[in-house]
Design a protein around this ligand. Structure first.
Ligand SMILES: *Cc1c(COP(=O)(O)O)cnc(C)c1O
Length: 408
């Protein structure tokens, strides 16, 4: 028992975090959407800029995507098929998957979320169905996303599962040298900041045949040509030893998740996913509104508009980095962590930011190690330079006052 998960222990450790966060008024905020990452709290009428939005390109407020979602529902006349997709599917599901597949030049199967994509893809990989029948030894990066880690016990019933250090290439190479198929499970861009050494991993793939499963939840749309993400950009086309799962709820501005299961038109891989991919086969799919949104978002990804939005995001990241120094400044990723240290100071800072009109995520133990508390910030293309400047000015003010008063 508890070789891979211990939910009871996690509750014991994490409850205090959520109690403090909730009591500080930093959780359970009910808001009206004002568009472009702005909210108005229903209870207080207070407006704020969301500095914790995953919508890195601002596509969640794109009028074209919203219209496409509404049109799709009205044109289809239903929100969902009420039968397993392997038996009957609406044409719009096929259209959305074909559009995505053409964009990323891979065979694509969609699911209601990235977490469902992990639940579909990982057991298949662990079974050996994607590695010629021999189950690969599965090595998870220590910082891999929770939705990947959650599948460890299931995978361990199929093959040998272990966890290695973050970005630990030498542990990975040792495992490859020991022989037999090996698969590495990692995020391409980590939700806590930083990225995978993709080029080095591809070198191990070339040298030893290492299988790679990447979670591209933060990489898709944000990075790469036509927003295909850093993995496909580095690969220059998917191969038989690389699997990508991703969210379509974040940068992509639509809904659901996806598995890039193999080369375009690889029928066998597609059959494996749609027949044996767990949640793929059940009643929940991305609903018709989400599928309409996906088709429109693909159009945007193919157009110059995407490049413009990526450039705006990079401009905002550079402006933020100039005004707010952080450990990962200059890495081109939209996730930043402002280190504060103590928990109380961090919570008070997040509260003062909210009063100033900025929602930030205060994170502290057990989300990160004790004494390492801070604010997690996500930068978007549709933030104004003024927003970022006001944010930085407030941080500077608080820090100056805090230093004088002997805290923060
Ligand atoms: C948000 C996130 C997920 C989960 O995505 P959903 O579509 O909400 O299931 C998976 N992996 C990473 C790295 C994430 O940040």
């Amino acid at each position: 028992m508890h070789a891979f998960t211990n939910i009871k222990k996690a509750i014991t450790i994490s409850d205090a975090f959520w109690n403090v966060t909730t009591e500080a008024g930093l959780a359970n905020i009910v808001s009206r959407n004002l568009g472009d990452g702005r909210h108005q709290a229903v209870e207080t009428g207070h407006s704020f800029v969301n500095m914790s939005s995953y919508s890195y390109l601002g596509l969640d407020s794109h009028p074209g995507i919203l219209q496409a979602a509404a049109d799709a529902v009205l044109n289809t006349g239903s929100l969902n098929t009420t039968v397993s997709r392997i038996r009957v599917q609406f044409d719009i599901l096929k259209d959305a998957e074909d559009a995505l597949a053409d964009l990323v030049e891979a065979e694509v199967v969609t699911l209601p979320s990235c977490a469902a994509a992990a639940a579909a893809a990982l057991p298949l990989l662990a079974s050996g169905a994607l590695t010629g029948g021999t189950p690969p030894r599965l090595l998870f990066d220590k910082n891999a996303h929770f939705c990947l880690n959650l599948m460890k016990p299931v995978c361990a019933d199929e093959t040998e599962v272990s966890t290695i250090g973050h970005n630990d290439l030498s542990a990975l190479e040792d495992a490859c040298k020991a022989g037999g198929p090996v698969a590495y499970v990692a995020d391409s861009v980590y939700s806590t900041g930083g990225r995978a050494p993709i080029r080095d991993l591809l070198f191990l793939q070339e040298r030893y045949g290492l299988f790679l499963l990447f979670d591209e939840a933060h990489g898709l749309s944000t990075l790469g040509r036509h927003g295909r993400g850093p993995v496909l950009d580095a690969l220059d086309g998917i191969n038989d030893r690389t699997l990508i799962i991703t969210s379509l709820n974040k940068g992509f501005g639509a809904s659901g998740g996806a598995v890039f299961i193999g080369r375009r038109h690889d029928r066998r891989r597609r059959e494996l996913a749609t027949r044996f991919g767990g949640p793929v086969t059940w009643s929940q799919r991305i609903n018709v509104a989400g599928l309409g949104a996906i088709i429109k978002s693909v159009d945007i990804h193919r157009s110059d508009e995407l490049h413009v939005l990526q450039e705006r995001l990079q401009d905002n990241i550079r402006l933020f980095d100039r005004l707010v120094p952080t450990a990962t400044a200059g890495d081109g990723l939209p996730i930043r962590f402002i280190s504060i240290g103590d928990e109380d100071g961090t919570v008070r800072l997040a509260q003062s930011f909210l009063a100033e009109g900025f929602y930030t995520s205060a994170v502290f133990f057990p989300v990160i190690a004790r004494g390492r508390a801070g604010l997690r910030i996500m930068i978007r293309a549709n933030m104004t330079a003024g927003d970022i400047e006001r944010f930085a000015a407030h941080l500077k003010d608080v820090r100056t006052v805090g230093t004088e008063a002997g805290h923060v």
